[in-house]
Design a protein around this ligand. Structure first.
Ligand SMILES: [Zn+2]
Ligand SMILES: [Zn+2]
Length: 382
């Protein structure tokens, strides 16, 4: 089969690769029809994530058609159109029983801190992903769902991570009626978090980024008030001023490890790899939220420490809530919102590339060329 293959930082190829096969009776093989490139794939592409191995196929956002199922699979059959959550999880361990699918204890032999994802570094299991013609899906009775007939492939594709993660980020913020919510990062996850904040009763939603075309999307798609931190002297002071010197009630970090905006953080994290990421956005969140406020983090960070303003967070009595999103937990409510017409997820898709051109997709997305917000990869004949 044809598959995206990682050959080192900034080196993405499409190569012939061995077809995946059923390795366990609860596996399924999915023929991928659409995949997406995620902001967190860019951390891999940039060589930011430890133990990202040459030869890996990336891609934790994909939808497709069931090609083959193992002997014990009951909920899927060949021909079903399915969406597959980014997390791989067993469905029955201590964590899965509590809905903490991203913290599953049975799927990642390499680490006790993290569960598993498709197509990511070996720190989250080292499973090949869906930027390929076919992918092996373990625990096929647990993760994938048949896509409802009324739902487009691209809308379903957004549910596999970006939309579910954005919604989860807003949920972690414990938003109550009338709250002021500030979202750092106007990428796909930040846009979906901002949109979701309204569903949860926010009275005011503010989005911060440095790319004007993305802030424009935050205004039109998420109806948010926006500020470009590059055009403002001190974004924290600005946010204080904009909230009667109180601060926002809730701050959401939808940026993660590769935040720009502070040279020392960027050099120690991105260049020297002395930190698990440059937590500029998280520190802005800590500084700009009011005392007793809530900070939600679902931007991706690496496994080693980051220089976070912990003392300030403590003295302000903040609540910090964070996790990788358990995608499927968000699906029932998201389907209701989409069906009711409150949300059209693929409005954030700006680019579509065939699988053979996936290197171009990574380049355009990484370099933020041509107004790129979310690239989708079209696999095979549609
Ligand atoms: Zn993703
Ligand atoms: Zn589990």
């Amino acid at each position: 089969m044809r598959a995206m293959v990682y050959r080192g930082p900034y080196k993405i190829r499409v190569e012939d690769k061995q077809m995946p096969s059923i390795e366990h009776s609860n596996d399924a093989i999915i023929r991928v029809t659409k995949a997406a490139v995620c902001g967190s794939d860019l951390h891999l592409y940039h060589g930011m994530m430890p133990d990202t191995r040459v030869g890996m196929t990336f891609g934790h956002e994909f939808v497709g058609v069931v090609h083959e199922v193992g002997a014990s699979v009951r909920s899927l059959k060949p021909g079903d159109r399915v969406m597959v959550p980014a997390n791989i999880y067993c469905g029955s361990c201590f964590y899965c029983a509590r809905g903490l699918y991203s913290n599953c204890h049975n799927v990642n032999a390499n680490a006790t801190a993290a569960g598993a994802l498709y197509g990511y570094s070996h720190t989250v299991g080292g499973y090949d992903g869906g930027q390929a013609e076919y992918v092996r899906v373990p625990f096929a009775d647990v993760g994938p769902s048949v896509i409802p007939e009324w739902l487009d492939d691209e809308d379903a594709l957004m549910m596999t991570d970006a939309l579910a993660t954005g919604y989860f980020g807003a949920q972690l913020g414990e938003i109550t009626e009338g709250d002021t919510v500030v979202v750092f990062g106007a990428g796909p996850v930040g846009l979906f978090a901002a949109k979701s904040a309204w569903f949860m009763g926010a009275g005011r939603v503010i989005v911060i980024d440095h790319l004007n075309y993305r802030l424009e999307k935050a205004r039109t798609f998420a109806h948010a008030e926006t500020y470009n931190f590059v055009e403002i002297d001190d974004i924290v002071v600005h946010l204080k001023r904009a909230t009667d010197y109180f601060g926002a009630d809730v701050a959401i970090d939808a940026v993660g490890a590769e935040a720009d905006g502070n040279v020392i953080q960027h050099v120690t994290a991105a260049k020297l790899k002395l930190q698990g990421g440059s937590p500029v956005a998280l520190n802005w969140a800590i500084d700009s939220v009011r005392k007793g406020g809530v900070i939600s983090v679902m931007g991706a960070y690496g496994p080693i420490y980051s220089a976070i303003k912990f003392g300030d967070a403590m003295n302000k009595g903040l609540t910090l809530r964070m996790n990788q999103a358990p995608m499927k937990r968000q699906w029932p409510r998201l389907l209701e919102h989409i069906k009711a017409g409150y949300l059209k997820p693929n409005e954030i898709v700006t680019h579509r590339f065939p699988l053979e051109d996936i290197a171009e997709a990574y380049h355009v997305f990484s370099a933020k060329l041509d107004g790129c917000i979310k690239p989708v990869i079209i696999v095979g004949d549609q």
